[in-house]
Ligand binder design. Structure first.
Ligand SMILES: [Zn+2]
Length: 249
């Protein structure tokens, strides 16, 4: 009887671990999603650096155009101005416009150099980011497979429960299930360790210790409510890998 329940508990704890893993797996995927978003944002930023420079170049070009138009206008006025003062003032204005044009022409040269570098960086980073995004896609696929495997494994374990429950003592099974559901997780059946409950490490009463050691019964711990059994009388060892097969009791 004890061994059947212990096998059932072993199964339940494995199923519990599977469910915890199933819950954890989507979180890993979320991590990759965030990583992917960051890479996309990085690439966008690189591209924006290029478009910003191109925009600035166009602004410089149109400013030069406007100032050239202004200079042409001043040049026209030079022929009509009679006074020397006015003439000098116009020459001064033309000089100022030319200086402004010079500043923008220099800026355009610098922009072209920066643009070359920025474009080379986009190309380089695109390759790296593409590689990383492909890797993320692969890892996301692996996670999907892992989740499918975990679910399948859990379902296989769950299928083993009903036959064991049928074999178990109905009264003990009911107690076991009640304790398990009130604990939410972890074992409901714990071995006696010396004179202490293997679940909460609190001292058991001598009478309880004697009854457990006699191997006749499982005794509820008065501190945590778990059922305490004698490991000496239990003929069961958890197999962490494969699901336990229902053999000798
Ligand atoms: Zn206890």
């Amino acid at each position: 009887m004890l061994n059947t329940l212990l096998r059932l508990q072993d199964l339940d704890l494995k199923i519990e671990a599977c469910k915890a893993r199933e819950a954890e797996i989507p979180n890993q995927k979320k991590k990759f999603d965030i990583q992917g978003e960051r890479l996309h944002a990085e690439l966008e930023e690189r591209k924006k650096a290029c478009t910003d420079l191109e925009l600035e170049q166009r602004e410089c070009e149109s400013a030069i155009e406007q100032r050239n138009a202004q200079i042409a206008k001043y040049n026209g006025q030079l022929n009509t101005v009679k006074k020397n003062e006015g003439y000098q003032a116009l020459l001064h204005e033309i000089d100022l416009q030319n200086k402004q044009i010079g500043i923008r022409e220099e800026r355009i040269i610098a922009i072209l150099v920066e643009l070359d570098e920025a474009k080379a960086r986009v190309e380089e980073d695109s390759k790296r980011i593409d590689d990383e995004l492909n890797k993320i896609d692969r890892q996301r696929g692996e996670i999907d497979t892992e989740l499918e495997d975990a679910i399948r494994h859990r379902e296989e374990l769950e299928a083993l429960e009903a036959p064991l429950e049928k074999k178990a003592d109905p009264y003990l099974l009911k107690q076991y299930k009640r304790i398990r559901s009130s604990l939410k997780s972890g074992p409901a059946l714990v071995p006696l360790q010396d004179e202490v409950c293997g679940g909460c490490n609190m001292l058991m009463l001598p009478q309880a210790v004697n009854e457990v050691l006699a191997g006749l019964t499982m005794y509820p711990c008065r501190h945590c409510g778990r059922l305490v059994y004698s490991a000496e009388h239990a003929n069961f060892e958890s197999n962490a890998e494969a699901a336990p097969k229902g053999t000798a009791d």
